[in-house]
Design a protein around this ligand. Structure first.
Ligand code: ATR
Length: 273
């Protein structure tokens, strides 16, 4: 069997093994996916171990997405701009780092966008690691404009400079709330909503019905942000598609074959209850 897997700390919560193994089986591919808890002090050792054992590749999660980069042989342009690797591919002995998080997110988002993306003004809330992946991949998709807002403006400016384009910009949170009607797509990439304590990343009073409202969080399944948006007539999209499609893109890189995405999604939805 060809081996793939996930390294992170912790990894116990991960749904990737079941999602990926079901898809390998469905495609009749001799691959097996296993998760490995790797302490940050042992990351280099673990990479060398996976290399020696001939792994076809692996996923990388918190806290190793940045730290792993020096131990790989090559980093794709996207992963370099995003500053994080979530997928490693063993290309004939050369370990190449990619990032499929952003592209996975955009693929999922596009299921809900039934107008030309070139016409869309997009608002991204948040400027952490997830935001960086989303911003980079979204810019590749070519919307009319991307505006990024965050509590800490400095971090939003960095993402603008490193991942976005000339026509894109940075905006304060209050101004973004007041300008909400100009955006056809609004995306939460912050962790606000994960604790399910009623807090939301932004006031949605001025949201226009029909706006695509996306949250990268999938647990809770429907954040307060998405609930409020839905009440105002938004088309809502949670983080399940990003989780499934980043995995599907990794699967494709390892095998050269497209997985059964519906099956992968079904497994994730079952596990989330
Ligand atoms: P990730 O890698 O998952 O994106 P992160 O790098 O810690 O995580 O980023 C978290 C994001 O959520 C940031 O945009 C952060 O805002 P700051 O850059 O100002 O820290 C945002 N965030 C988290 N908790 C927040 C809160 N209570 N209020 C406002 N923003 C918050």
């Amino acid at each position: 069997k060809k081996l793939v897997g996930l390294i992170g700390y912790p990894v116990s919560h991960s749904m990737s093994p079941e999602m990926q193994n079901a898809a390998f089986q469905k495609s009749g591919l001799p691959f097996f996916y296993e998760k490995y808890e790797v302490h940050p002090d042992r990351l280099e050792e673990a990479v060398n171990d996976l290399r020696t054992k001939g792994f076809a590749g692996w996923n990388v999660t918190i806290p190793h997405k940045q730290a792993i980069m020096p131990f790989l042989d090559e980093i794709s342009e996207g992963a370099r701009k995003i500053g994080a690797v979530n997928t490693v591919v063993n290309e004939h002995g050369k370990l190449v780092g990619y990032n499929t998080d952003g592209a996975g997110f955009v693929k999922g988002l596009m299921r809900h966008v039934h107008f030309p993306i070139e016409h869309a003004n997009v608002l991204i809330i948040g400027a952490g690691g997830a935001s960086r992946a989303v911003a980079y991949a979204l810019a590749q998709a070519g919307p009319k404009s991307i505006v990024i807002t965050n509590r800490t403006m400095e971090k939003a400016r960095d993402i603008h400079n490193e991942c976005l384009r000339k026509q894109d910009s940075v905006m304060g949170l209050e101004e973004a709330e007041a300008s909400l009607s100009v955006f056809q797509i609004v995306i939460n990439t912050t962790s606000i909503g994960m604790k399910n304590d009623g807090s939301t990343p932004m006031d949605l009073s001025l949201l226009v019905p029909g706006t695509v409202l996306s949250d990268i969080i999938y647990n809770p399944f429907k954040t307060v942000f998405l609930q409020e948006g839905e009440e105002r007539g938004a088309v809502i999209d949670n983080g399940v598609a990003m989780l499934v499609l980043q995995g599907a893109l990794a699967f494709e890189k390892w095998t050269g074959v497209q997985p059964d995405v519906e099956l992968m999604e079904k497994i994730v939805l079952e596990k989330l209850g």
